[in-house]
Design a protein around this ligand. Structure first.
Ligand code: 13P
Length: 251
């Protein structure tokens, strides 16, 4: 049985002060989620990571990005050992905003995925197609290529700890969430692709999230699907009232 997992991706929102206020409003609620077996996480800005790992009861704190190299002349970058020192165990890899605005490719994501696993950290590997690719019926082809390239060389033992987030780009921040049928179809496809690349046992352990305009009104429908183990939430994770309402739909 895979544990349900809801992660709020704050993107470039919230100062440290605002994040701390969020924690105050959310703390008892995170405790009750843990008691009910739902894994709840936040991916804040780099600056807020330390206070979240120290002060919050979120069971999963993720960086939004990471560099594949341990140290070196890479101005503006953050390394895996830096994250580990403050207790961070997860990182988003290949979010579509990073692929679009910072030219990340499945090859650079692959280096990050491999480096994270080598340090006993875990990627939340994001995949998903553009609107044009979706309209041309290429969603599965695109997602498969992102999986094959991004997971190249990752060992089967590590795959057990992988989280994959299917986030169709056309649904992110647009209010046009993918229908439950589309989301389940692609998440099922992701699982069968992983079974093909590895084996059924691995595929059954991988947790797969859907992300893209997830709101309190639609979260439960996604989380009731066979192959959708969680949701990755942008806008609706920024306010405690909305995020609590969203999580409450499955408690
Ligand atoms: P929205 O929930 O705002 O559409 O963002 C989704 C997302 O990109 C989460 O990583």
């Amino acid at each position: 049985m895979r544990q349900k997992i809801i992660i709020g991706n704050w993107k470039m929102h919230k100062t440290i002060k605002e994040a701390n206020q969020f924690l105050l409003d959310f703390d008892d609620f995170s405790k009750s989620c843990k008691a009910k077996g739902v894994e709840l996480g936040i991916a804040p800005s780099f600056l807020c990571l330390e206070s979240l790992t120290r002060k919050s009861r979120f069971t999963l704190i993720a960086s939004q990005n990471v560099n594949a190299v341990d140290s070196g002349a890479f101005t503006g970058e953050i390394s895996i050992p830096m994250l580990q020192e403050i207790g961070v165990k997860y990182s988003l890899v290949g979010h579509s905003e990073r692929r679009t605005y910072y030219a990340e490719t499945s090859e650079t994501c692959n280096a990050k995925n491999l480096a994270l696993f080598a340090h006993n950290m875990y990627p939340i590997y994001c995949v998903g197609e553009t609107l044009e690719q979706y309209e041309k019926g290429k969603s599965k082809e695109v997602v498969k290529e992102q999986l094959v390239k991004g997971l190249k060389g990752v060992k089967a033992d590590d795959i057990n700890h992988l989280i994959v987030a299917y986030e169709p780009i056309w649904s992110i921040g647009t209010g046009k969430n993918a229908s439950v049928e589309i989301a389940e179809d692609i998440c099922h496809f992701i699982r069968t692709t992983i079974a093909g690349l590895y084996n059924e046992t691995c595929a059954n352990k991988v947790r797969i999230q859907y992300g893209g305009s997830v709101k309190p009104e639609n979260a439960k429908a996604y989380l009731s699907c066979e192959d959708i183990d969680g949701v990755l939430v942008g806008g609706a994770s920024l306010e405690t009232v909305t995020f609590k309402a969203l999580v409450n739909t499955i408690l």
